[in-house]
Design a protein around this ligand. Structure first.
Ligand SMILES: Cc1cc2nc3c(=O)[nH]c(=O)nc-3n(C[C@H](O)[C@H](O)[C@H](O)COP(=O)(O)O)c2cc1C
Length: 383
């Protein structure tokens, strides 16, 4: 397979991405933390569940629209925030934002994005959310929040599951940790991907654009990266969340919640929603899969806040399983990244189309004309 157009599933896009981009970047995207047990667990959690088909239903008209925070989206999933995406393909953040806007699904731009809030909002003014990493300097955090509001962001996502840089062993081996110093075998591998390398050299080293204004005049990409890593991660507490709630008037979402008590505390702080997530198996390797924790979190907050989920979704049916288990919405990280890494904008578009088509076909098999008909009664736990 040479083009993302021929990709039949997300794994095809993953394989295409593996061939197209240098190993140091593929490993950064594809990898997890330590033994990568959490990565595997996220997938296994989905395979434990079955969906029982119901036939002889009129499924001639089907739709998969879902509402979230007062907006109607074409599908019950969006694109999760992923930092440093431009290493996979030049301008990847903007291409992902464009693909999401065209498909009418939300796009969460990362706090470690390589495009600025203002650039992303120009591409996807109604679809982009902003994920915030709290800076050591309160003035910087508050300026990022101010910029997001000024650019028209409606939903702010605060990621809470990065208290420290985790032990991502593929990145440690490859030298993809700050300050980036590729291993010799990675340098040789980069030379074997001339098209990818030419794109990187033509567009220059990706920069943490949002952080550039705070890193000093004339700061290079390396200076900005050094500034960013001096600010993040940093010990944030519930006190920081309360402060952010006071200064941010829009919707506020907490990302990386796995404990029902944390979800309840977030509710107390006036948070509008949580994304149940283990950062795609990239932070605490022995953390439960988000899907495992979803029912308990759903029960704890008892409909008082929006409960979303990400981690391990590779099929449309996974999204429907999460929905049936109580998710109000879902997000995908790597599937969209594999797409954009494989083939830029067409690849990102293909990733979204594949998931949308799989959702549609699965709904038909389940005898559901829409998501409202998809209830927990269709679920069966397997062995
Ligand atoms: C390469 C990569 C970079 C990521 N960067 C961020 C980030 O900057 N902020 C964040 O909140 N989550 C980040 N995540 C986590 C994703 O938002 C999401 O939780 C995860 O990818 C979901 O799992 P999935 O990839 O299996 O869909 C990143 C994930 C990947 C794979």
């Amino acid at each position: 397979m040479t083009s993302s157009r021929n990709a039949i599933n997300i794994e095809d896009l993953r394989q295409l991405a593996r061939r197209r981009i240098a190993r140091i970047v593929f490993d950064y995207i594809d990898g997890g933390v330590e033994d990568e047990a959490g990565l595997l667990r996220n997938r296994e959690a989905f395979s434990r569940w079955r969906l029982v088909p119901h036939y002889l239903q009129d499924i001639s008209r089907r739709q998969q629209t879902a509402s979230l925070f007062g907006r109607d989206y074409a599908s019950p999933f969006g694109i999760a925030p992923t930092g440093l995406a431009a290493f996979a393909h030049p301008g990847a953040d903007l291409l992902l934002a464009q693909a999401a806007a065209e498909a009418n699904v939300p796009f969460i731009m990362s706090g470690a994005a390589t495009a600025s809030i203002e650039q992303v909002m120009a591409v996807a003014p109604r679809h982009a959310w902003f994920q915030l990493y709290v800076s050591r300097e309160t003035a910087v955090t508050e300026d990022l929040i101010r910029r997001a509001a000024a650019a028209g962001v409606e939903t702010l996502v605060l990621t809470v599951d990065v208290p420290v840089h985790s032990k991502r062993e593929r990145d440690w081996r490859n030298g993809f940790v700050p300050p980036v110093k590729p291993s010799m075998s990675c340098v040789l591998d980069m030379l074997c991907h001339p098209r990818w390398l030419a794109g990187l050299l033509r567009h220059g080293l990706p920069r943490f654009e949002n952080w550039a204004p705070y890193a000093g005049d004339k700061a290079s990409a390396r200076d900005i990266a050094a500034y960013f890593t001096s600010q993040i991660p940093f010990t944030q507490t519930w006190f920081d969340l309360e402060r952010i709630r006071r200064v941010w008037a829009g919707k506020l979402v907490l990302k990386g919640v796995l404990a029902p008590t944390d979800a309840l505390r977030a509710l107390d702080c006036g948070v509008d929603g949580v994304i149940v997530s283990n950062h795609g198996g990239r932070q605490l390797d022995c953390a439960p899969a988000p899907l495992e924790m979803l029912p308990a979190i759903r029960a704890a907050v008892a409909g008082q806040m929006t409960v979303m989920l990400d981690g391990g979704i590779r099929r449309g049916s996974d999204i429907l399983k999460a929905w049936a288990l109580g998710a109000d919405f879902t997000f995908v990280g790597r599937p969209a990244l594999y797409g954009v890494a494989a083939d830029g904008l067409p690849g990102a578009q293909r990733a979204l189309q594949i998931l949308q088509q799989e959702i549609d076909l699965t709904l038909a098999q389940l005898g559901c004309g829409d998501l409202g008909m998809l209830t927990g009664e269709l679920l069966r736990e397997g062995w």
